[in-house]
Design a binder for this molecule. Structure first.
Ligand code: PLP
Length: 366
């Protein structure tokens, strides 16, 4: 988004509201009924919720009965891990904090230097885990954008009778997402694809114990009156997924152009996951001797929004757990930033980023 003063390059933290989602949300605000009420007002709200569920099902390969609306990706991950029935959990060390926090005591599997989960270590963990185990491996990493070898993870998990949970929060709208690929559960979040914050979904096959109890909403898997406006916006954003995917080659060209300029300005910069399949919109790199915070602040002063690793850990000095899991040393990890592009990004945004970032790189080299 290049306006006179601002370039927003932090889509993995959150995306701007899509106009189609905004219009649908505004229209839904006139429908005030409780979707659980049997009268006409309630039925009108119910219809909006179910239309959105159908949109999300259609764009993820799920069936509508498998979709549980939640307050976002964090809750979807917590519900999958805490609400299922597993004898053990195995999680990738590069998972989002909401997965790691929902699986205390889980076996944690590392990643290689490219940011790909270590399949040999996963197999070792599966061999020694009580059955049935749950394996949690995300589709695309939020910090590096690195795509995980989900087919191989599923094949391994099935060999050992394990379930697979996949956090697809960052993948939806950026790469094809297919619930029929063999995973047992999947998390989604509306605000990463241009919907509102505070709404998401868990797609789940099998029995699930509600973690928020009370009413019988969402087929008794998640109590609480549904966030109708948020769900409507999520459905409208999901309808745009094919268009978002079609825009990825353009976004990839912008990202690649940004990275070639980063390399030209700072040959010492290290780009994580370079040369391995990654989301087209994401670039994560470090600039030796210049802290992430310094880079983020300098860019902000120049009107460019980027982040230091994941948004959830920005503001903290701690190095990214994702980079540490990839074997990056803590000092280097503290100099990493993430630039993430999206549908409003233009060449002018890349140029504004480079204009502001280059002096930092030149100073660091001097
Ligand atoms: N999982 C991943 C991979 C994410 O990137 C995020 C958001 O940063 C989440 C889960 C959490 O989603 P939400 O912000 O909807 O709780």
């Amino acid at each position: 988004m290049a306006d006179a003063a601002h370039s927003y390059l932090d889509y993995n933290a959150t995306a701007p509201l899509l106009p189609q989602a905004e219009a649908a949300v505004r229209e839904s605000l006139g429908v005030f009924g409780n979707p659980s009420s049997v009268h006409g007002a309630g039925r009108r709200a119910r219809a909006l919720v179910e239309d959105a569920r159908e949109q999300i099902a259609a764009h993820t390969g799920a069936s509508t009965a498998e979709i549980v609306f939640t307050s976002g990706g964090t809750e979807a991950n917590a519900l999958a891990l805490k609400g299922g029935h597993y004898a053990a959990m195995i999680v990738a060390g590069i998972e989002h904090a909401s997965v790691l926090a929902a699986a205390p005591g889980a076996a944690v599997v590392g990643a290689n230097a490219q940011g790909i989960v270590d399949l040999d270590a996963l197999e070792d963990a599966l061999k020694s885990a009580p059955r049935p185990a749950l394996v949690a491996v995300m589709l695309a990493n939020n910090e590096t954008g690195v795509l995980q070898p989900l087919d191989a993870v599923i094949a391994l998990a099935k060999t050992y009778g394990a379930f697979v949970h996949c956090d697809a929060v960052q993948a939806l709208g950026k790469v094809p997402v297919d619930f029929t690929s063999g995973v047992d559960s999947m998390s989604l979040s509306a605000h990463k694809i241009g919907g509102l914050k505070g709404v998401g979904a868990l797609i789940y096959r099998g029995d699930l114990d509600a973690q928020i109890a009370g009413g019988g909403q969402e087929r008794r898997r998640r109590a609480g009156t549904e966030n109708v406006a948020g769900i409507v916006g999520f459905g409208a954003a999901a309808r745009e997924v094919p268009r978002l995917l079609a825009d990825m080659p353009r976004i990839r060209a912008l990202r690649d152009s940004l990275e070639s300029k980063v390399r030209a300005a700072a040959p010492q910069a290290r780009i994580y996951g370079e040369g391995t399949p990654r989301l087209a919109n994401t670039s994560c790199f470090s600039l030796a001797n210049v802290s992430s915070e310094t880079q983020v602040m300098r860019l902000d002063l120049a009107g460019v929004s980027i982040s230091a690793g994941s948004a959830c850990s920005s503001g903290k000095i701690a190095p990214s757990h994702v980079l540490l899991a990839m074997g990056v040393n803590p000092a280097e990890a503290k100099t990493a930033v993430r630039v993430s592009l999206g549908w409003t990004t233009r060449e002018a945004d890349v140029a504004r980023f480079i204009d502001a970032w280059q002096p930092l790189a030149l100073n660091a080299a001097a």
